[in-house]
Every structure is written in C-alpha cells, then in structure tokens.
Design a protein around this ligand. Structure first.
Ligand code: UGA
Length: 437
C-alpha cells in the first residue's frame, strides 16, 4: 500500500521504517530541512540500534521516500499517518497545534478518500476535534470527499523501537466505519500480532492508560524502596517475590531514581490535566507523579547523608540518558542530579556513551569524559544514574585505585552489591539497605 507519514520524529521514522520493511511504499514528510537532509542521506537523526542500517537498505530499495510537503505526496497515498509531536504546554496539557496543522493541510489538499490515522499521543477526544477540522477545511473548498479518522496509538520503547514496531505485542485500532477497519486490516496483514478494534476514544484512552499504569508500577516500587531502606528490607527481593505472581508480573518493578523520557512524564501530565479539566481528579496518578518528582532528590539526600556534605566533593555521574540504548535525555533523572550537585557546590565529572552532547548544552561547565573510568579519577563518590552496559561492567577492583574515596551510590540497583562490599566499598542502592536499622 502507499502510505504517507507526517513527521519524521522518533515515532514517525520508526513507523515508516517498519511499514516499508513490510513491503509498503512509505512517503515520509518532514518540514525540518536539517532533519530531512540527513534522512535523505540515510542518516538517522537519533540513536536507535539497528535502525540506520535498515533505513539505508529501505531507501536504497525504493520503499522509503522523503519529502518536505504533504502536497507533494497526498494524491499518491490512501493512508496518511500523523506522527507529529504533542509536547507539554505550561499547564501540562498536550500541545495539539502540530496535529491540528497537519489535519488542516490534509483537508486543504485531499482530492479523494483518505484514511487519516493519528499515531501521535493525543488526549482523549482529539479524534473528534481533528475530524471537525478536516470537515471544515473541505467545506471551505465546497468539497464532499469522504474520509475516515482513525486512532492507532504507538507502544514503542526507545532502545527497542525496531523490535516493537516490527513485532508489536498488540495493535490497537480505533475506527468507526467498516471501510476504515478494512484499510487497517490490509495495512497490518503481514504482522502477526493481536489486534484490538475499538472506538477512537477507547484507543486514545488505551494509550494513556497503558503508560499511566506502567508509571504507577514504577512509582509504587520506588515508594516501597524508600520504606525498605528504613526498615531493612531489600526491594529487589520484594519485587522478585511479587513479580512471580502472574497477576502482578515482574516487569516495571525495578526500583531506581525515577522514570524519565519523552513519554511517561508528558503523558501523565496530560492525563492529569484532562482529568482535572473534567473535574474527575485521578488521585493515584497524582501520587505517581509526585513520587517520581521527588525520587532523585530522595536519592541525593541519601548520598549527602553518607558523605557528610557535598560541598567541594568530586562526584562522578555515570549515565546521563533517561535509560540505556538511547541518546535521549528528556526528563532524565541525571539533569535533576546534576542540578542538585551544582547547587551544593560539588565538582562533577560525567560520562555517557550517547547523551553527553545533549547534556553539555544545558550544563557546559561539567567535566565530561570519554570513558567511564576517566570520570572516576579523584572522585569522592560515584553515582550510577543510567545502567549502560559499560558502566555496569566497570572493573571496580581497578577503580578503587583511582577513586579518592570508595563510595558508590547505585541509582539503578544494577551493580553486584556484595562484590563491591567485599572490595571494601561503601555501597548504597535504592531500597537495598546493608546496615542494621
Ligand atoms: C514508554 C513505554 O514503555 C512504551 O510502551 C511507550 O510506547 C512509550 O513510552 C511512548 O509512550 O512512546 P520509553 O519512554 O521508551 O517507553 O521507556 P521505558 O522503557 O518505558 O522507560 C521509561 C522510564 O522508566 C525510564 O527512565 C526507565 O529507566 C524507567 N523504569 C522502567 C524504571 O525506573 N523501572 C522499571 O522497572 C522500568
């Protein structure tokens, strides 16, 4: 099938690559000149393992084409995916201006039936709003052209985006006509995953509810970790014991210094804003957000308590991205931690295999190193912020010779605590107390 994908961000590019890989012809539209230039040269504007190679192959094979304007492709496609960004407004609501603009363009330019699919994460009710915008544009042109508005949310994880796009655990499709259902069935016929057909509003809600639930699991275990720290229980064992119950499951119960990224924080804010506008406050979700806001600070207070004062101390910050296997630093806990250290007059040396350049723009005065080991030189304490493989696999025996003091604070519970303690380290994780309380 011929598909247009509007917006070559993370979701748009990944979606395009996946559809092209399944044999569809994908016309990608990106109005940012720089990004477009890169993509045309098969350069991925973000880091995602394996994706650039596939991008290259698909461009060379002719299934993936890039354009600047919808106008250039609209008559050649039956399906248009909207994958533009929906960033947070100051009040937490999702900014729909890019989605609305894409819809207006489609309404202005379409000359025959189109299936218009919203993949961007949008508040519940946006489908109706977008439908009206397109109708209004057609009316202005005195055109009676039929179209379907469809919601098809994405469930991609950064770092595993290709796998999630090629072999999704589920496909959710919100549509309200038989024709739309048929178009979407044809589109996904090569993908052997469970498909949930539902209304547009339900599909929009499924997306938010899924992210909200995953974030709830994380904040639940993080809050429990704080209590474990106080009472001498080990949250890793607690999560393991809980997770074996299939009704609970082992995933997203890894205590740490909070969730970040471009999705959970933004989507939770948007759902809370929507709930508040509808005068139906979501109290659990509010608590989830509050716990997450304070988790990194709670961790830093632990660090401060152990070290005495942070002032004048050399602190190695290992890991800057919001999770491993990405260069994304949006809402990363590292930013809160660096800010805290700066305010407390510490010297920071930081290492990350992918995120350094982005953080450098925000904190140019931090000392950034090329290897994790370099960051350790002369440090009074090491903070593990992101569990990159090369950070987890540091030779801690050798490290002890270059550190000024053997303090390790593991914000991701990813190191072998007993091995470190045997080496004489003062080790503290999140909810894994090693002392009598
Ligand atoms: C998340 C969802 O997992 C995807 O399903 C969804 O499609 C995507 O948002 C989106 O809405 O676009 P992503 O933001 O890539 O994906 O990252 P996750 O792997 O979910 O991790 C989010 C944060 O939670 C990270 O900071 C991670 O370190 C943290 N986390 C995750 C924990 O602290 N503990 C855990 O047990 C799991």
């Amino acid at each position: 099938m011929n598909i247009a994908v509007i917006g070559a961000g993370y979701v748009g590019t990944t979606t395009s690559v996946a559809f092209a890989n399944y044999g569809h012809k994908v016309y990608v539209i990106e109005n940012d000149q720089e990004k477009l230039k890169k993509l045309k040269k098969s350069i991925l504007p973000f880091y995602e393992e394996g994706m650039e190679e596939l991008l290259k192959k698909l461009i060379a094979g002719g299934n993936l084409l890039f354009f600047q304007n919808i106008e250039e492709v609209i008559d050649q496609v039956e399906i248009l995916f909207i994958t533009v960004g929906t960033p947070s407004l100051p009040n937490g609501e999702a900014d729909l201006s890019y989605v609305e603009e894409a819809a207006r363009q489609i309404g202005k330019l379409m000359n025959e039936y189109k299936a218009i699919v919203i993949k961007s994460t949008v508040p519940i009710g946006t489908g109706d709003k977008i439908h009206k915008i397109i109708k209004a544009e057609l009316k202005k042109r005195n055109k009676e052209i039929s179209f379907d508005l469809i919601s098809n949310p994405e469930f991609l994880r950064e770092g595993k985006a290709l796998q999630d796009a090629l072999y999704p655990e589920r496909i959710v499709i919100g549509c309200e006509t038989e024709k739309a259902e048929k178009v979407m069935k044809d589109l996904y016929k090569e993908i052997n995953s469970p498909v949930v057909f539902t209304t547009i509003k339900d599909a929009e809600m499924i997306k938010y509810a899924s992210n909200a639930f995953l974030a709830t699991k994380i904040s639940f275990i993080n809050e429990l970790a704080r209590l474990c720290d106080k009472i001498g229980a080990n949250v890793i064992q607690v999560a393991k014991g809980m997770g074996l119950d299939s009704r609970i499951g082992p995933h997203f119960l890894q205590a740490g210094i909070g969730y970040g990224g471009s999705c959970f924080p933004k989507d939770i804010k948007a759902l809370l804003a929507l709930a508040s506008a509808k005068k139906t406050p979501l109290q659990i979700l509010q608590a989830v957000s509050d716990v997450n806001q304070t988790q990194a600070l709670w961790f830093m207070e632990k660090v401060e308590k152990a070290l005495g004062s942070l002032s004048g101390k050399r602190i190695a910050v290992l890991g800057l991205t919001f999770k491993p296997q990405t260069d994304d630093i949006r809402e990363a806990s590292s930013l809160k931690i660096i800010q805290y250290l700066i305010e407390n007059h510490s010297y920071i040396s930081a290492y990350d295999p992918q995120g350094t350049e982005h953080v450098k723009k925000i904190y140019p005065n931090v000392h950034y190193t090329q290897t994790p080991f370099e960051a350790l030189k002369g440090a009074d304490a090491v903070l593990i912020v992101t569990e990159w493989k090369e950070i987890v696999e540091i030779d801690w025996k050798k490290a002890k010779n270059v550190l000024s003091q053997p303090y390790v604070f593991d914000g991701r519970n990813c190191l072998n605590s007993s091995a470190l303690k045997k080496l004489g380290y003062h080790y503290e994780g999140v909810g894994t107390p090693s002392f009598d309380v």
